[in-house]
Design a protein around this ligand. Structure first.
Ligand code: NAD
Length: 441
């Protein structure tokens, strides 16, 4: 099939390459010329494991092209909308400017029966509004939310846990005739994953849009739940990692996403739960999501607590202290620093008078662009030179395996803060380090 993918960021670039890999003819569109130039040259415009290889493989087939001109989307059977929906500055709600301008730019090129498939995470009601705005074109709007995880984006796109289609429905909640046709088109787009028995949920617009924010709210809640338990562990001398192991053995609870530490960040979870709360307010049901405010607060408190912990191990003050921060990305295997807990803590410590040096295997350039006043180093040993405190803030595999003796040889004081509960306390203590973590004695 012929597909266009509008917005070639973390979601769209991977979606475009993956759809071409599945055999479709794909044009990726973005207003960011640097991204388009990189993608045209077969280069990933950001760090995502497996994406460079995928781009090289599909590039050779000629099925994947890129353009900064929306006119090149004309003729596609399905247009996937993958543009950003960030948080409005100073407010909780989502900024729909990019979605609306992409849809408006696409409008002149739509033919009756074309499918416009929204993948961006949007407030419930957006699909309905777009369908109304595009009604005259005869194009059919469907909502097909995306669940990929950065770091695993290629595998998640090719082998998703589930696919969700939100179709236009009639008064009885049944798909309209156009909706049924659009479903058949999407079934063809996703024929390969569907042939692998990946679950498919076919539903209405509102449910499809809610599925995405409900899933992210659940994940955020699970993380904040264990971080709330970490606060209790800190007050009682208990160990949150053992607690998580023990409760995680209960199959109803499960161990995944029960890792206490610096909490969640990135371009999705924080802004999605806030936008969800804002939308609930507009719908007059803000009480239903009041717990998400607590989820957000618990999450943000962990960052403050980590700065306090740095102060505690630094004899009561971090002013003038050298602090090495290992990690800038919001999670390992990504260069994404949007709302990164690591960078947020680094910046707070710097603002409070510490001399902070940050390192990250992939995210230093993005971090420097955001926080130019921080110092940056290319390796942990360079960052930790003469450090009074070392903070492990992003659990990259190479940081989990860092050798306490090698680090000890370069620091001024052997004080390690494990912001992700991934180091073995006994090993570090045996090597002479003061080890502190969130929720661990
Ligand atoms: P991103 O900022 O990396 O990418 C968005 C892209 O859209 C940018 O390259 C931008 O230049 C482009 N763009 C903006 N306006 C445009 C226009 N009018 N026409 C063409 N291109 C335009 O963001 P992202 O992380 O890829 O997220 C995109 C959407 O997907 C968001 O709604 C996000 O919540 C959702 N999502 C993201 C992920 C993820 O892990 N990143 C996962 C699932 C869902």
């Amino acid at each position: 099939m012929r597909l266009s993918v509008i917005g070639c960021g973390y979601l769209g670039a991977v979606h475009a390459a993956s759809m071409a890999y599945l055999g479709h003819e794909v044009i990726g569109i973005d207003v960011d010329q640097r991204k388009i130039e990189a993608l045209r040259a077969g280069q990933a415009p950001f760090y995502e494991p497996g994406l460079p290889e995928l781009l090289a493989e599909v590039g050779a087939t000629g099925r994947l092209t890129f353009s900064d001109d929306m006119a090149d989307a004309a003729g596609a059977d399905v247009h996937f909308v993958c543009v950003g929906t960030p948080q409005v500055h100073g407010e909780f709600r989502a900024d729909l400017t990019y979605v609306n301008s992409a849809v408006e730019a696409l409008r002149p090129y739509l033919r009756p029966g074309d499918v416009v498939a929204g993948k961006s995470t949007v407030p419930v009601g957006t699909a309905e509004a777009i369908a109304g705005a595009l009604a005259e074109t005869g194009a059919v709007v469907v909502w097909n939310p995306e669940f990929l995880r950065e770091g695993f984006a290629v595998a998640d796109t090719l082998h998703p846990d589930r696919l969700v289609y939100g179709l236009p429905t009639d008064e009885d909640g049944e798909p309209t005739a156009e909706g049924t046709k659009a479903r058949a088109v999407l079934d063809e787009v996703y024929a390969t994953p569907l042939s692998e028995d990946i679950p498919l949920v076919v539903t209405d617009y509102a449910t499809a849009q809610l599925v995405k924010v409900a899933a992210n709210s659940f994940l955020a809640t699970k993380i904040s739940f264990i971080n709330a338990m970490a606060e209790l562990c800190e007050a009682t001398g208990a160990d949150v990692t053992r607690l998580a192991d023990a409760i995680g053995y209960d199959a109803r609870i499960g161990r995944r996403f029960l890792n206490a530490g610096l909490g969640f960040g990135g371009g999705c979870l924080p802004k999605d739960i806030r936008a969800f709360m804002a939308r609930a307010g507009e719908l007059g049901v803000s009480d239903a999501l009041s717990f998400l405010r607590e989820v957000d607060s618990i999450n943000m408190r962990r960052r403050v607590r980590m700065v306090d912990l740095a102060r505690e191990v630094s004899d009561g003050s971090i002013v003038g202290k050298r602090i090495a921060v290992l990690g800038a990305a919001f999670k390992p295997d990504s260069d994404d620093v949007r709302d990164s807990p690591a960078l947020s803590v680094a910046a707070q410590m710097q603002l409070q008078g510490a001399h902070v040096t940050v390192t990250d295997p992939q995210a230093v350039d993005n971090a420097r662009a955001k926080w130019p006043d921080l110092r940056f180093a290319s390796t942990p040993l360079e960052a930790a030179k003469d450090a009074d405190v070392v903070l492990l803030a992003t659990e990259w595999p190479e940081y989990r395996e860092i050798d306490p003796d090698a680090l000890a040889a370069v620091v001024a004081h052997k004080r390690i803060l494990d912001g992700r509960n991934v180091l073995e306390p006994a090993v570090w203590r045996a090597a002479g380090w003061t080890y502190r973590a969130l929720g661990r004695p």
